[in-house]
Design a protein around this ligand. Sequence first.
Ligand SMILES: Cc1ncc(COP(=O)(O)O)c(C=O)c1O
Length: 369
Amino acid sequence: MIPVLIPSLPETDAIVPYLRRIDETRIYSNYGPLSREFTTRLCGFVSERAQGAPVAATITGNGTSAIELALRYRIAGRRGGLCLMPGYTFIATAHAAVNVGLEPFFADVDPETLSLTPAIAERALSLAEGEVAAVVVVSPYGAPIDIPAWEAFEAAHGIPVVFDAAAAALNLTRVGAQPVCVSLHATKALGIGEGGAILTTDVDLVAQTTAMTGFGFSASSRVSEVRGGNYRISEYAAAVGLAAFDSLEARIRQLREASGAYHENFERIGVRMQPGFAAEWLTMTVNALFEPAAAEAVTAAFDAAGIQWRRWYGTGCQAHPAFSTCRHDGLARTASVAAGAIGVPFFPAISREQINEVCVCVERALAAR
Ligand SMILES: Cc1ncc(COP(=O)(O)O)c(C=O)c1O
């Protein structure tokens, strides 16, 4: 059997030196030294790769709460209104909107990039009955987002934009004032177990959302200045994060190699992947993109061959009972996009032989149709 994903975080020996520092300081949480150092390393890593001013970060307990807090800041405490978002996303995006009092309005995605585009969003705005308080733009599986286009959208419509770039921590080539939310979950390319971050050049956004992560207290006071909760990470999570940074270059090389092998094989047999994948960006959730009927044939062949696969975003948010009453723009292309995007086995230690086995299985399944 070839598993679809084997999460891998730093091993115990790599974390121990950081755990010893916790033993020495006896600081276990509350923005301790490891958490501050992790924040600095994350900001340095992203700032080095992204155009624009230095990036600042608010670290959160997970990616979902990063989206919640970024939305909460950007809608400035108002309740009610719609949150426009793609229907084709992981369900966390919809939960985050509901948790700050917004009602999801699902929009279609572009079948080439699997993303919401400003043009699709503009059409959805004209169909949404009711005020759209915010737009959440999702980076599908970590693909880069056209941030300048969304800055122009926000300037034109006056609607705040938040990016759900959960899987894109390694791929941020531009970060502006609009908040970019990433997940540091164990299944992500940069994982710490559970964690998340809001990345932005807006220092007020970071100050306010950081306060929200700790009961609304600002740096040294115990006075609650803004409404929030407890969304912090512990020093133990930061220890894993620091160890993850220590081995990140080696991990990126592994991911690049395996991604390149998939890209090469699939290109040879004419199977589409997300634009720029492998050459320009990396992810842990690698998808092959088919027409729905071809996807059926391929997944049947995978099942027969003991190759695990997954539709990582399912068939779209509107298909979940918890969100089935949410309105949408008709989602004309979402069903076929969702049916055709098949997550293939991928993990840092996947071998060339395993990748070849997957690709040969796809080739045979397509040839047999
Ligand atoms: C698109 C998207 N948004 C949000 C999340 C939520 O992140 P977390 O699991 O860290 O809360 C995920 C997690 O996989 C995701 O894929």
